[in-house]
Ligand binder design. Structure first.
Ligand code: B12
Ligand code: SF4
Length: 465
């Protein structure tokens, strides 16, 4: 715990006429965290739905940038790049006991308690607090956020949701929150708030029709350098290491024209020129979404940059898609290839094979992408995966003139690969989500030593043959 106990008495307690709900994007506690165009999109969708129903919504982003952080003690300031990605401000903190033997520093990413208290002073006392949780192994930042808001607003109900709650419900019971809501917040939050606040919530989106959703409340973000756009939820594939279908059991899409309308809206309203896509399957069945969407962006002549840090489906990259992506302004392109090993491709879900990879890279090069632009994620540290396989995959990707990027395997509860992950790990990954941190390579085989891993990382930086 940090030194914020007791100071909550300063917080102004105003009671507004309308019910008021505070949404919080919590601290991250981790060895490393980099902001790859990340925004708490789920929370901001919830904000719009609540506002539509006359609820007063306030939002505090614990990860926001603030120049006042310069005057806080022991802070490493974050740096933002022109495209909107960048590093968060961070403060070294004590490692959780479970990680005491890991020889790396541990940090709290985000604003200090001092600065946050000033923010809390400026908002009305909420009737309920909703906090979002993303990575399973980020729960210490969430738990600390909960203790913090409990001190600021004793007696106000705290509700948590998001991926951690959906994937580790039992563990989340230790969080100290009053309500745990796994799954889609837009389905679970309205009935709870109706009951808690004794209010009427009637205007709801249809969870089976993404076009019925309001735009996220991006006006709550402080001067965003970039914004995320969702075109779909879920994925039709079932890769054994992935949680997509657990979080969104149905693959659903918006109308591509509506997506471009939204992009244009944020460009015209706030001058946003950088957009990220978080979709799990943006390019799948490209005639349904990617092709019409890209053509429309080009037709409207929007001077924008798009970033896809979350891995696109490389098998979908036809000559047409590659040209359209390049022309529409897709700047950061990352693809999930994972391995060049045929057997592992088949065992983990067969989302792509080597021929499809080679064809797609050729199409991207032809469209004008340089080798360094074509980022290819390779999974590293899967249960039973020998270091040689990763080395061979790096060589393979480089030999076709693309850039390999290692994605360290994070074991995720409830996925198909989970039982094998639990069996292969020397850590109690099922009892302690901290060991699901990708940094730990918790399921790596014997041949993938720390030195070998460092060496493989070095190889990914070498120039391409
Ligand atoms: C965007 C994203 C990223 C980005 C941004 C992260 C960043 N640090 O900048 C990038 C690409 C960089 C990334 C990286 C990684 N990611 Co990632 N990422 C995602 C992704 C695709 C989308 C999350 C999202 O915003 N969804 C959209 C919004 C609308 O949904 P949402 O916020 O979840 O909100 C909904 C519900 O959760 C709920 N809800 C949300 N908040 C609240 C609050 C309340 C109170 C309630 C009731 C409900 C609720 O309602 C919302 C609406 O339905 C998810 C997959 C997914 N489909 O969720 C993976 C995911 C979270 N990532 C995952 C992984 C494995 C990783 C990596 C480890 C991959 C790797 N090996 O390198 C790294 C780790 C990076 C790090 N340390 O930061 C895993 C989870 C791992 C874990 N153990 O938790 C996921 C689930 C991917 C998967 N398919 O398995 N990631
Ligand atoms: S294709 Fe990608 S998003 Fe879909 S299940 Fe596989 S890894 Fe997950």
């Amino acid at each position: 715990m940090t030194g914020y106990c007791g100071v909550y008495r300063d917080v102004i307690e105003k009671t507004p006429m309308k019910p008021s709900v505070l949404l919080i994007n919590p601290w991250i506690h981790d060895f490393a965290a980099y902001d790859l165009w990340y925004k708490p999109l789920g929370l901001l969708y919830l904000a719009s739905i609540l506002r539509r129903n006359g609820i007063n919504v306030t939002f505090i982003d614990f990860l926001e940038d603030d120049p006042a952080m310069l005057f806080e003690p022991n802070i490493h300031m974050g740096k933002r790049k022109p495209d909107g990605d960048g590093s968060y401000a961070k403060q070294k903190i004590k490692k959780p006991l479970a990680l005491k033997d890991i020889p790396r520093n541990f940090y709290r990413y985000g604003l200090t308690a001092n600065i946050l208290l000033n923010r809390f002073k400026k908002i009305p006392r909420p009737d309920a607090i909703l906090i979002s949780a993303m990575m399973t192994y980020w729960y210490p930042g969430l738990f600390d956020t909960i203790s913090f808001v409990r001190h600021v607003y004793p007696g106000v109900p705290v509700v948590i949701g998001g991926n951690y709650v959906s994937l580790c419900l039992e563990h989340a019971a230790k969080s100290g929150a009053d309500f745990l809501l796994p799954g889609a917040g837009e389905v679970s939050v309205p009935p709870l708030l109706k009951e808690l606040l004794k209010i009427d919530i009637q205007i709801l989106p249809d969870p089976d029709d993404l076009d019925s959703y309001p735009y996220p409340s991006f006006d709550l973000l402080k001067k965003p350098g970039s914004l995320p756009i969702m075109t779909s939820w879920g994925c039709p594939y079932r890769c054994s290491y992935c949680a997509s279908y657990l979080l969104h059991p149905k693959f659903q899409r918006r109308n591509p024209g509506h997506v471009v309308d939204e992009i244009e809206h944020w460009y015209l309203r706030y001058g946003i020129r950088n957009f990220s896509f978080y979709d799990d399957a943006l390019l799948v069945d490209s005639q349904e979404m990617a092709v019409p969407m890209l053509k429309e962006i080009i037709k409207r002549n929007l001077p924008l940059h798009f970033h896809c840090p979350n891995g696109l489906h490389i098998r979908e990259v036809s000559e047409e898609i590659a040209m359209l992506m390049h022309k529409a302004g897709f700047k950061t392109i990352r693809f999930g290839f994972e391995t060049s090993n045929l057997l592992r491709q088949k065992q983990t879900g067969a989302k792509v094979n080597n021929e499809e990879f080679v064809e797609a890279v050729k199409n991207l090069q032809k469209a004008g992408y340089a080798s360094d632009d074509i980022g290819i994620y390779l999974l590293c540290g899967l249960p039973g995966q020998p270091a040689d396989e990763i080395a061979e995959s790096i060589r393979y990707v480089q030999s076709f003139g693309a850039r390999p990027i290692l994605a360290e395997y994070s074991p995720i509860p409830q996925t198909t690969l989970w039982p094998e992950a639990v069996a292969s790990s020397p850590y109690p990954i099922a009892e302690e989500p901290l060991f699901q941190n990708n940094t730990l390579l918790a399921c790596r085989s014997k041949s993938l030593t720390v030195e070998t891993y460092q060496e493989l990382k070095q190889r990914t930086r070498r120039s391409h043959s």
